[in-house]
Design a protein around this ligand. Sequence first.
Ligand SMILES: Cc1ncc(COP(=O)(O)O)c(C=O)c1O
Length: 324
Amino acid sequence: MREAAERVDHEALDASPDQGISGGYAYFQGAIVPFASAQVSIATHALHYGTGCFEGIRGYWNPDHEELYLVKMREHFQRFVKSARLLKMELTESLEELAEITLEVLRRDGYRQDVYVRPIAYKSSPVLKIDLHTPANGLAIFALPLGDYSSTTGLRVTISSWRRVTDNSIPARGKITGSYVNTALAVEDAQAAGYDDCLMLTEQGHIAEGSAANFFMVEGRALVTSPVNDEILVGLTRAAIIRLARDLQLEVRERSIDRSEVYQAEEAFLCGTGVQIGPILSVDGRPIGSGRPGPVTTALKETYFHAVRGEDPRYREWLTPVYQ
Ligand SMILES: Cc1ncc(COP(=O)(O)O)c(C=O)c1O
């Protein structure tokens, strides 16, 4: 499994999220193949109806350790399996096999830079019937080099007029491909209006989350975040932040958040695998706190980045080394 792999031409790859991936390898139809040859039919069920689910796992390169660390890989695959079950997909690969395949794809890619791993399970048959049991299931896993998905120094956000999908329409706790239309509609309008990103409300008017990240605000020595039943994807970065906050002697409150509380917050930030930690500088033009990243956000961000790069032994259990 670990013999020296053919290296990908890194020059040809871009670490920006709006560049397409063109090189490397992919797990596809039960085998690891060159990325370019992993192709699906234009009649694929998931392409038409959004019947897929996915994960995003970051890998951080540590040049001193000469190691690529995957963050919370097992937890990502546990959530992946649960998302798949919502779509009545039972993956044939076990959690251990999913992890082993991912490591093998990455070893063949040979990246020595930060990466993002994308597992996707999808309804693969070229059939028109809209249900969950007729089409067969497919699984693919690939990785791409990725730097920052969005700014980690400061975000100007708006509250979207689009509401977050509800648990009784498309459950936000599943990472379901079709529900990212909700995200795309909201981000598109936010960016067209000149904002970096947006917060999305539940139908009841509470803050659910960012477009692709969970929301936190600071209240004295406490962190407040939306509860799991306010239409959020229950983020693994959110769990990491809760752990880091407690280690920094901060209290953590999971409770519904009103829109006007956000306008008055001392500090606020978004967090997620892609977004990492994005301090919120203003919401709808109203500065948050001083309008600069606050001390709590900054302390959490610094600790988080040390942890994921393998520089803090307290959080070493979050990481899986790729090359060992
Ligand atoms: C809608 C949404 N919420 C929250 C998150 C954060 O989840 P995690 O920290 O597990 O990446 C994501 C993904 O990154 C997301 O797409």
